[in-house]
Design a protein around this ligand. Structure first.
Ligand code: PPE
Length: 302
């Protein structure tokens, strides 16, 4: 992964020069917030998918962590578009990061400056091209999702992701592609970096958002499924309900719509991408690629 330039605190810096001090507060304590956004190539040029919503979530994450972003929403939007343009990125991934920089160490973050960066790079299918077509193998993690009274799962806080890194390492070392995390009560929450949906008897379900990231792809899929006249419900479930679902899939900016064909060695449905998942996936990609008139307002052209 590499591009030409990274936007750092208002300046375009060479990729290899985009460095931070080792005493950066966020490097020690995880005191930063970030976003993950995708841009797709459409017939009318490159378009960023739901940019407004991602910027809003970035500002909300910062608010929760008591970080004042020293730029307006519009300035961040411009920075993102300029970084795409200067790197001549046609499609790929966008990573804004706002973090407590270097002034002093010790947990009190308030004296530390707030630094802002935007990196972009080409990024194909998160879990591999084959994953989108055939589905992935997963396991229920032995790590519980961050407890709701320990941090804010609604904010995309850097430090939150240590929990995801543990779950991901465990999944990979167990020989599967991804982890599904339960909360401390045993209810299904989400993947290491994806929201989860399941389908039983034609009804599409996902978890409520109280203890998971309010995924923008999740929101897109809920709107798409309603539009496609599927029945939809939010529900807390335990792991066994996933085992006996007809279809299960992950969604996220990086993961897009990734079918799950196995959980804890249980085959899900037919053990391949299910028909409803395929319909939703197809619709999702055609919207992102600007082929659906009705959803053009989800695209912000560069
Ligand atoms: N839950 C978590 C914990 C999460 O990190 C993501 C995104 C989602 C749900 C889905 O949210 P959304 O992208 O708004 O639909 N994870 C990002 C980071 C992935 C990474 O490996 O880094 C992403 O998909 O960009």
């Amino acid at each position: 992964m590499k591009a030409e330039k990274i936007w750092m605190d208002g300046k375009m810096v060479d990729w290899n020069e985009a460095r931070v001090h080792v005493c950066t507060h966020a490097l020690h304590y995880g005191s930063g917030v970030f976003e993950g956004i995708r841009a797709y190539e459409t017939k009318s040029g490159t378009a960023v998918f739901r940019l407004k919503e991602h910027i809003e979530r970035l500002f909300n994450s910062a608010k929760i962590l008591k970080i004042n972003i020293p730029y307006s929403r519009e300035e961040i939007r411009e920075a993102i578009k300029n970084t795409i343009k200067i790197n001549k990125l046609k499609s790929g991934y966008i990573r804004p990061l706002i973090y407590r920089g270097f002034e002093s160490l010790g947990l009190d973050p308030f004296a530390c400056p707030v630094n802002c960066t935007v990196a972009v790079w080409e990024w194909g299918a998160y879990l591999g091209e084959e994953a989108l077509a055939k589905g992935i193998r997963t396991k229920i993690s032995s790590y519980a999702r961050n407890h709701i009274n320990s941090t804010s799962q609604k904010a995309k806080i850097c430090g939150n992701y240590v929990n995801s890194v543990f779950a991901k390492m465990e999944a990979i070392e167990a020989g599967v592609d991804e982890a599904i995390l339960l909360d401390t009560r045993g209810y299904v929450t989400e993947g290491s970096g994806e929201n989860i949906f399941w389908i039983r008897n034609g009804v599409i379900y996902t978890t409520p958002t109280a203890n998971v990231l309010e995924g923008i792809t999740r929101d897109s899929i809920i709107k798409i499924t309603k539009d496609m006249k599927y029945e939809f419900q939010e529900k807390y479930i335990c792991r066994d309900e996933l085992y006996i679902s007809d279809e299960v899939f992950f969604c996220g900016t990086a993961a897009e719509v990734t079918p799950i064909r196995e959980i804890d060695n249980y085959t899900i449905g037919e053990g391949k991408r299910g028909p409803i998942t395929e319909n939703i996936q197809r619709k999702f990609f055609s919207i992102a690629k600007g082929e659906e008139e009705k959803y053009l307002n989800w695209l912000d052209y560069v």
